[in-house]
Ligand binder design. Structure first.
Ligand code: ADP
Length: 258
């Protein structure tokens, strides 16, 4: 129950009166839980048919001979859209899982070196195709504390964006620093940057600076919202320093003791 008290002055001389407003917030809490369940349920409901569509499309694509009619072309289009839906659902599920576990992660000590190696390994081909150099630098030891799989997902999202929103010939660097009981991870790119007026909104769900470009590049608009939730689940902070045309640096600060 939320309580608000106000002192009321009276015209007569019968002493002060207090107005108490009691707000039952059980309902609010219930609504919040319902909203979370709704997202999780919708995602699960959507995921089943999408997986079926993808399966059938793949089988048909394997069977239909090339150039027979428009079937191939249409199947490709259906497949592309179903894949996109699939990515959005997976991201929504990740967000809803994170929201329901907020503050309840199971922390453990781990080395960031192996995780960063794996993240870079996953994007090596994509970076090579765009002629983007991947670099990592450690200042001090790379021990972190938290949920390794979640921090790996956060770094995956940031590195994917750094490559996606960069021109060929650029560099994506991860810099890990250890200072005053916190680990600082920076993901730096030399890409297109983000307009200052959009910076406050980039962690919102489905916000994109350029919707068409993000979609064309396969983005769901949920990547940074996920990163933010992961950092919050670690009692950490995320900041971005960016200049249009010369690149962006996303900085994660995670306390060493969870
Ligand atoms: P998306 O799936 O569209 O990439 P995100 O939530 O990951 O969604 O990012 C939101 C938006 O922020 C992107 O659409 C893009 O406009 C901008 N953005 C994110 N990372 C970068 C980056 N490294 N450089 C430039 N713009 C970025």
């Amino acid at each position: 129950v939320q309580v608000h008290g106000t002192l009321l002055r009276r015209q007569d001389d019968r002493g002060p009166r207090v107005l108490l407003v009691l707000n039952d917030i059980t309902r609010l809490k219930q609504l919040e839980a319902m909203r979370r369940d709704f997202v999780a349920n919708v995602s699960h409901e959507l995921k089943t048919p999408v997986t079926a569509i993808l399966g059938f499309v793949e089988t048909l694509l394997d069977e239909v001979p090339d150039g027979a009619d428009h079937t191939q072309q249409f199947l490709n289009i259906i497949g592309k859209h179903a894949n996109r839906l699939n990515l959005i659902i997976e991201d929504l599920l990740a967000l809803s899982r994170l929201e329901s576990q907020e503050g309840m992660i199971d922390p453990a000590r781990f080395s960031l070196e192996r995780i960063i190696e794996r993240v870079f390994e996953g994007y090596r081909d994509q970076a090579r195709r765009k002629d983007i150099h991947l670099r990592v630098h450690y200042d001090g030891h790379a021990q972190a504390c938290g949920a390794a799989n979640l921090l790996e997902q956060a770094l995956n999202n940031l590195v994917e964006n750094a490559i996606k929103y960069s021109e060929p010939g650029g560099e994506v660097a991860i810099i890990v620093e250890n200072r005053n009981k916190e680990i600082r991870i920076q993901v730096k790119d030399t890409g297109q940057g983000i307009p200052q007026e959009d910076v406050p909104r980039i962690f919102e769900r489905f916000f994109r600076v350029d919707r068409a470009r993000s979609r064309e590049l396969g983005g769901t608009g949920l990547g940074l919202a996920i990163v933010k939730h992961i950092v919050l689940a670690h009692q950490g902070e995320i900041m971005v320093d960016t200049r249009e045309g010369s690149g962006s640096t996303f900085t994660l600060r995670i306390p060493q003791d969870q």
